[in-house]
Each structure stands twice: as structure tokens, then as C-alpha cells.
Ligand binder design. Sequence first.
Ligand SMILES: Nc1ncnc2c1ncn2[C@@H]1O[C@H](COP(=O)(O)OP(=O)(O)OP(=O)(O)O)[C@@H](O)[C@H]1O
Length: 316
Amino acid sequence: MKNVVLSLKNIVKEFPTSKKNKKVHAISNVSLDIYENETLALVGESGCGKSTLGKCAIGLISPNSGKSIFLNENIYEKKGEELKQIKKNLQIIFQDPYASLNPRMTVGEIIAEPIITHNKGMKKEDIKLKVLDLMEDVGIRKEYYNRYPHQFSGGQRQRIGIARAIALNPKLIVCDEPVSALDVSIQSQVLNLLKDLQEKRKASYLFISHDLSVVNFIADRVCVMFLGKICEIGNTDDIFENPLHPYTKLLLDAIPSIENAGRQKEMLKGEIPSPIDVPSGCRFHTRCPYCMEVCRTDEPVLSEKNGRSVACHRVK
Ligand SMILES: Nc1ncnc2c1ncn2[C@@H]1O[C@H](COP(=O)(O)OP(=O)(O)OP(=O)(O)O)[C@@H](O)[C@H]1O
């Protein structure tokens, strides 16, 4: 039995719009467990709610309703020192390492910041030693301690962001498209670094990506989202070898690969429906090549069988 590190229960997140009675239904009643030391990927097209769910998971934004349970406590009910202790364990790495690093701070200062905040009274020399160790862990040369973010390449900047995120030995790191802004050759170096760090530090990753090749490389499990809901969750190999939800199948078919080349493919058709006016029944039914009558009226339930959960009327 694997231990759960963080459990999301019935998360609902809506954003207001300029129209009075209309809301963006970004996340609609999503529940999800993240296990110890695993990488769980969140995938789906732009706007399906991946980032919003990731941010709700670690309390960076608050949902309208639902719980995020960490160490048996709902993090949304915590304040002050208790919340600070929880947040130490829940970190995030952003897509754009340049925008997320303060341009006026040196690398040393950037990485030291969380250490200072959470270890009041720690000696300056000890902080510096810890920062230098972290720089070594992520492959940034110690001589660069006093350099500024603009003096680094994109890949190096992402390494600095990673050093800051791991500085407090968190139990969970939300990796929000951490390699999408990087060149392909650099992507694999950063992905390998994340894998090595996980091995050494035993953290869990909630890995947000729209790139399924990256997901296939790094994730233990995959959670496929469409318009604020989960369509399918399962082990990465099972999902890639035998996708059960029509949306998962179409997403996988869309990956350019040698095996796929020339094959007659069912393509994802039509526009993504608006999260302001979500379709009735199954949210995917307007784009689904296998749509049945029931799909237009009844919302499918996410049901589990042999470690795989699928929300589709065709999958029993
Ligand atoms: N602060 C906000 N105010 C209003 N709407 C928002 C806000 N943040 C997100 N949304 C909307 O919520 C929905 C989900 O957005 P989110 O960024 O979570 O999706 P995503 O799957 O991460 O997309 P992407 O891959 O493009 O980053 C989208 O329709 C988005 O426009």
C-alpha cells in the first residue's frame, strides 16, 4: 500500500467574468491523491485547469470549495505559523524561470531566501554553506554565487528555481510546465536533474505538462483533464499502451512520432468548449467521435477498476 502525501477532495474553483451571472468553471469537483515519492502528471489542452489545480493543491490559490489534505489536515483551514510549517513542504517550480526569479537578487540571495524565512537565527556562514550545497546539487557552479539571473541561460535559471524549491526539503513540488520554455536538448538535462533529485530527496512531483513525450519520460502516473474535470487516471505505461477514454486516445494520437507517421488518425475535432458555458452531460461529448445519446445528458462518473479510473459511459 502506497502512502498518500497530499489528497485533494472535491475541489471547485470558479473565476468571475465581466458578465454578472457567468463564471469560468476552471475546476469542477476534482478529487485526487498524490502518493509519496511519485511523479503524477497532469495533462490536457490549454485552459483545462492544470495550473489552477496545481496552485489549489499547495494553497497558492484558494478554491471555492473542497479540501487539500496534508498530514491529515486541511491546509485551507490553517493560518499563521501552522500554515508556514505546511507551506515549507509544498513548493512550486514555474514555467518561466526568468519571470519567477527576482532580477535584483543574486543567485545566493534567491536560494537563501526560503532558508532564512524558515530558519530564523541561522548563522550567515551556515546559510551560505547550505546554498552552496544546493547549487552543487542542481549543477550550478559555486563561483556563480554572486551572479544575477540575467547572467544565466534559460536552463541554468530553471536550475536556480529548482534549488530554491528544494531548499526546505519539501514533500511535494508542483512542477508547472518546468521545461516548456527550454530548448529540447536542455529539456532532457533538466528532466534528468528532477529525476535524480527525486531519487535522493524522496519528494513527490505534481508535474503539469501539455507535452506527452515529456510526461511519458518522467511520470509514474498520468491524470488526463478536460475542461476542469478528470477523464482518466492510471499508471503511465497503462495509459500510453492502452488509453481507455476517447479523449486520452486522441491526445496520444496527436503526438508526432515515427510509429504514428502516415497512420489514418482520428483527430481531435472542433474547438474546446468554453469553461464559461460547459456542455451538458459529458463535457467532452461535443468533440467525441464515439458520442452516444446518454453522453449528451448524463455526466459520467469517474470509476476505478484495477488501479485505472475512467469517466466515460462507454467504459464499463
Ligand atoms: N485568475 C484568473 N482569472 C480568470 N480566469 C482564470 C484565472 N486563472 C485561470 N483562469 C481560467 O481558468 C481556466 C483554467 O486555466 P488554467 O491556467 O488552470 O489552465 P491550464 O490547463 O493550466 O492551461 P495552460 O496550459 O494554457 O496554462 C481557463 O479558462 C483560464 O482562462
